[in-house]
Design a binder for this molecule. Structure first.
Ligand code: FES
Ligand SMILES: [Fe+2]
Length: 393
């Protein structure tokens, strides 16, 4: 993060501390409960957000070398990302041009390309069709039409995005336009050198947006997390800044107020805060003191009350040795346990209430500006009402 940004945030947080307040939006924001409970709304989100927008897929370290690949179906489209011999990243629909079987499974390294498990058609790393066994059965086809279907992949700042729609190719905007001023902020980090520690998946019975919402206000900390998060973080005290459809919220550790010198806070900003970026549409990119937690939320099938939360943890240094391994395993377990036992336990009850039809609207207070920004951004992307600019002061 740039020095000037850190200084501005420190000034803001000092002000909130003196006045006992938090970042506020200009107005209360109401959102129909159908946003979380309707099948039609979910279909629109799946067709638009999870097809046409850049979805954060991985960090560059997960595809470091030529031939490294990963596959993923969470967006609803089977995807394959591959590091090419020239260092570029390519993305494809993971479906064989013959009769559609996925040509790659899981993740790994496959320097020699991919062979389909159904009839063994094989493909080069760059998606070109290499070989058709029993080729005499396919004499009249043009092999150039039978490569893997490419999709746009964007790699920058040690991060990898894909747009899961082969008819949008190349990407319509560059990622910096999309990130706005956050681009410079990400450029100031050194995430390209990070290491993937582990990925875990939760499958709560809640709408995928409620899983995002859980990160977007510090108002609930002392009530829902009295023993876990609340001893460490201030309740109802955080900053909020929108960057196009994306957002940055800084949650404040209680240690922040114990530091008198701004210069010290500037130097140790991450020790006293937790930076939560909402990377539109579905990612919470959480920069903690000494690691990254990336939570990606996806609808699970066609049921608006089910989702998948995919948590990946990354560390600045490779984790080697038993005690470091145990340390990070505990860290990951703690993050999952708190979210599962506290946020999701309540979330599933809330979702049942939403499905009941009892309540027409939910209300995001002025002190919950990140929620208003997220849902206003969704409305904008989906061309729904309520896509007004959320002013945060
Ligand atoms: S579906 Fe891939 S070889 Fe037949
Ligand atoms: Fe929470």
């Amino acid at each position: 993060m740039q020095t000037k940004t850190r200084q501005n945030l420190i000034t803001q947080i000092r002000g909130y501390s003196v006045n006992g307040t938090t970042a506020m939006s200009d107005a209360v924001f109401t959102n129909p409960v159908t946003a979380y409970a309707s099948s039609e709304r979910l279909q629109l989100e799946k067709q638009t957000l999870f097809r046409d927008y850049p979805i954060l897929m991985a960090m560059s370290c997960q595809l470091a070398n030529a031939g490294d690949y990963l596959t993923e179906d969470f967006s609803g489209t089977p995807l394959l990302l591959v590091r090419q011999k020239n260092g570029d990243l390519s993305g494809f629909i993971n479906a064989c041009a013959h009769r559609g079987a996925p040509v790659a499974q899981g993740a790994g390294t496959r320097g020699s390309g991919f062979t389909c498990p159904y009839h063994a058609w094989s493909y080069e790393l760059d998606g070109r069709l290499r070989n058709i066994p029993g080729e005499e059965g396919f004499t009249c086809i043009n092999r150039d039409d039978y490569g893997l279907k490419p999709i746009p992949v964007i790699e920058k700042y040690g991060m990898v995005w894909a747009i899961p729609n082969p008819s949008i190719n190349p990407a319509p905007v560059d990622i910096d336009t999309y990130l706005g001023d956050l681009a410079a902020e990400y450029a100031s980090y050194e995430f390209a050198g990070y290491h993937h520690f582990a990925t875990q998946i939760l499958e709560p019975k809640i709408n995928w947006k409620m899983a995002v919402d859980g990160f977007l206000e510090s108002y609930h900390l002392s009530v829902l997390h009295p023993k876990t998060v609340s001893p460490l973080y201030f309740t109802n005290r955080s900053t909020a800044d929108g960057f196009n459809l994306n957002h940055r919220m800084v949650a404040v550790r209680k240690s922040f107020d114990k530091v008198d010198e701004d210069a010290e806070l500037e130097k140790d900003f991450l020790l006293h805060t937790n930076i939560l970026y909402t990377l539109f549409p579905n990612t919470m990119f959480v920069y903690q003191r000494d690691h990254l937690e990336i939570w990606r939320m996806f609808p699970d099938g066609d049921d608006p009350s089910r989702c998948k939360m995919v948590l990946s943890m990354y560390t600045p240094e490779a984790v080697t040795g038993d005690s470091a391994q145990r340390h990070w395993e505990n860290n990951l377990r703690l993050a999952l346990d708190t979210v599962e036992a506290e946020d999701l336990m309540l979330g599933e009850k809330i979702q049942r209430g939403y499905q009941s039809g009892a309540q027409e609207f939910v209300t995001y207070g002025r002190n919950e500006p990140a929620l208003a920004h997220f849902h206003a951004s969704l409305n904008k992307a989906l061309s729904l009402e309520g896509s007004i600019e959320v002013k945060i002061g």
